[in-house]
Design a protein around this ligand. Structure first.
Ligand code: SAM
Length: 293
């Protein structure tokens, strides 16, 4: 007898499950299921999954990625919003992984990940003193809020390997002086190291999203820059980018009467555009403006 499983994350495997369980794909929940094993293995390898790893997955869907995380030896805690899926997952995921049963290595919570209380949720299933990774093919309608929820969570995740729309990935990994550089880049890069792991075509999903995608790996910075007042910092950055085409001097007039003097004091050209400043310069600027007011 041939016991080889057809992977869930393949054209055939996914279609069979969608048919068997009469799954109606919910576009409003950002459901685009992965059907490409090369991409799935790329995600598993970018997140460097080793046996025993503790992984939080956001949106397991019908289990394309979950299955391969489990087969690589990870223990997976998943958040899912679609109440049709836990029953399907309990049937289609491998029932035995090595000497473990599915219940021992996989737990699902039906909840909006944006409202998750990670510490409480994970306490029973994971050892919170050991590293916890996040791996997900994100629902694209809430990519940015999810990144902030994870970055600001009580748990410092060891790494986050996230599939997202290419356009957002470009904004995360870019450098000063580019069109993609902006408040999102700055907010994330002040906390995390960001690496582009994989570009992914829309053909790797069923249904295919309208946009192309990319996998990004985020890791907490070992020595993050010190920001005294994060809310104030974010406000200054947002204000500087209020109108990208305007100079810093013009954008900052809404915040202070004399932006020119503050900028010159910091050796920043008042006519510079917001995308040309480094993160260190933004930190210095926010500090100077806070002191001045
Ligand atoms: N991991 C699966 C895969 O790769 O094929 C599915 C990924 S699909 C892009 C996104 C998943 O996130 C869907 O299963 C969707 O139901 C789920 N989802 C959407 N909004 C969510 C939320 N707020 N919290 C948790 N899961 C959510």
């Amino acid at each position: 007898m041939n016991n080889k499983r057809i992977p869930i994350g393949s054209k055939l495997g996914t279609q069979a499950i969608l048919n068997r369980y009469f799954v109606r794909v919910k576009k409003n929940l950002g459901q685009n299921f992965l059907i490409d094993q090369n991409v799935i293995q790329g995600i598993v390898s970018a997140s460097a999954i080793a046996p025993g790893d503790q992984v939080v997955e956001i949106g397991p869907g019908i289990g394309s990625l979950t299955e391969q995380l489990l087969l690589s030896g990870a223990k997976v805690f998943a958040y899912e919003l679609d109440s049709d899926l836990p029953q399907i997952l309990s049937e289609v995921l491998p029932q035995k992984i090595g000497d473990k049963t599915l219940d021992e290595v996989f737990k699902i919570k039906l909840e909006d990940v944006l409202k998750a209380d990670f510490k409480t949720d994970l306490a029973d299933f994971f050892d919170l003193d050991k590293p916890i990774k996040v791996v997900a093919n994100l629902p694209y309608y809430i990519t940015t809020p999810i990144i902030f929820t994870l970055a600001e969570s009580q748990i410092e995740f060891a790494s986050m390997t996230l599939m997202m729309q290419k356009e957002v990935a470009d904004r995360l990994v870019t450098d000063p002086g580019t069109k993609d550089y902006g408040p999102l880049t700055i907010a994330v890069q002040t906390k995390m190291d960001v690496e582009l792991a994989l570009n992914v075509s829309h053909e790797s999903f069923n249904p295919a999203p309208k946009v192309d995608s990319a996998v990004v790996v985020l890791r907490p910075l070992v020595n993050p820059p010190k920001i005294d007042n994060v809310a104030e910092f974010n406000r200054v950055v947002k204000m500087c980018f209020a109108q990208r085409r305007k100079t810093l001097n013009n954008n900052l007039k809404q915040l202070t009467k004399e932006p020119k003097a503050v900028l010159e004091e910091l050796n920043i050209n008042p006519s510079a555009r917001p995308e040309t400043l480094t993160i260190e310069q933004y930190i210095a600027l926010a500090k100077a403006l806070t002191i001045q007011r």
